[in-house]
Write a protein that binds this ligand. Structure first.
Ligand code: FNR
Ligand code: 8K6
Length: 347
């Protein structure tokens, strides 16, 4: 395997990665019933510490952000202590780890926190049921009031501070894949008529408020963001979304995020309203550090980096199947194929 991938990569003055391969954030639903990361999770992440950067599975910022069983949290002291075991184990093995901060918005289910409603951008219900829990149909969300939004911004900043207290090197805001922040940025599910809806500037207001509040708390150099300009999961695209993301990217261009990450399962997907794939759309509108993802191998990731499509590559499913992924690709050994049954266990 080639040199470029395995050279250190400087994110900024504070953070240098050992190589350009990141482990993508991968929800595993293995936290305990208080949403505390376990020793098994610490061992699982520690085995992968030779990735240039580990991005943790998404961690919810507060109880009403939960949309799936046993996803870890970052809002109690017990959860912070659980994550401390994870970050210590990764650091001991020479790695770096960011926490992905998550609120699922309308994809949350009140069943999980014994609440009455889920919050969303607008009262647009998601069809269907919670995975693995067919009895739980999604509910029509309560549109977040301005007061709710102000509280959410504070809660994201607090979760970021908790992440630093837990020993994370930084955080990645989950602004992708149809969850809360993304719900504000797509016309399909944001039908608001106040200053958080109806125009590119308004629809990006809440996500940018969150970026800035988190950066104020822990530093822009420790703050990253994941976005999905092309809608492909849990909501639908609208041609007008393009302007929203052009505006978002112009705003992000004026900030110095640690990196920007694209939320995708398959980077060959084309979106009419982006004139092609999401990665090239972002690259045309944003010149700072970009992480690509979606169906890559080390070889194809390296080629994309050489072609300047992005700077870092995130690898997801192959990391579930291969704890020793980095060693395998470095030494040219075959990589085990991923299959869904592997989700049952943390190897
Ligand atoms: C994911 N993905 C994901 N994305 C994210 O932003 N937060 C998350 O918690 C998860 N969880 C998750 C769980 C599982 C089981 C899968 C398969 C995927 C998406 C993931 O980060 C990545 O974008 C995709 O898996 C595509 O990359 P690969 O797998 O083709 O390398
Ligand atoms: C209990 C399951 C928890 C899963 C949570 C988070 C997201 C995981 C995604 C799993 C794979 C779904 C693939 C959907 C891709 C759509 C592409 C069109």
């Amino acid at each position: 395997m080639t040199d470029k991938l395995f050279q250190p990569f400087v994110l900024n003055e504070k953070i240098t990665l050992n190589n350009r391969i990141a482990m993508a954030p991968l929800t595993r639903c293995m936290a305990d019933d208080s949403l505390v990361p376990t020793q098994q999770m610490a061992d699982y992440y520690a085995r992968r510490a030779d990735a240039g950067l580990i991005i943790s599975e998404a961690a919810i910022i507060r109880p009403d952000g939960q949309g799936y069983p046993n996803t870890p949290g970052l809002f109690t002291q017990e959860q912070i202590a659980g994550w401390r075991k994870v970050t210590d184990a990764v650091h001991k093995n020479g790695g770096k780890i960011f926490a992905q901060l998550w609120h699922t918005g309308r994809v949350a289910h009140p069943h999980f926190w014994k609440g009455e409603f889920a919050l969303g951008a607008s009262a647009e219900r998601l069809e269907g049921t919670v995975p693995r829990m067919r009895e739980l149909s999604y509910v029509t969300p309560k549109p977040a009031t301005k007061q709710d939004i102000a509280q959410l911004v504070k809660d994201y900043a607090q979760a970021a501070e908790n992440a630093v207290e837990a020993g994370f090197d930084g955080i990645e805001l989950h602004g992708a894949n149809g969850y809360l922040l993304d719900q504000f940025m797509h016309y399909n599910v944001n039908t608001r008529e106040d200053e958080y809806g109806g125009s590119a500037e308004n629809m990006t207001r809440f996500p940018l408020e969150v970026v800035d509040a988190v950066a104020d708390r822990i530093g822009m150099e420790r703050t990253a963001l994941r976005i999905s300009p092309g809608a492909y999961f849990l909501l639908e695209g609208d041609p007008r979304d393009r302007q929203v993301f052009e505006y978002l990217l112009s705003e992000l261009q004026t900030r110095d995020l640690a990196y920007l990450h694209i939320g995708l399962f398959d980077d060959t997907m084309e979106f009419d309203y982006l004139d092609g794939n999401a990665t090239d759309f972002v690259r045309r509108n944003y010149t700072k550090t970009l992480m690509g993802v979606g169906g890559y191998s080390a070889e194809t990731g390296e080629a994309a980096i050489s072609n300047n499509r992005f700077d870092l590559v995130a690898i997801g499913r192959p990391f579930i199947a291969n704890p020793d992924y980095i060693e395998r690709v470095k030494s040219g050994q075959p990589v085990k194929a991923y299959s869904e049954e592997m989700l049952a266990e943390l190897i």
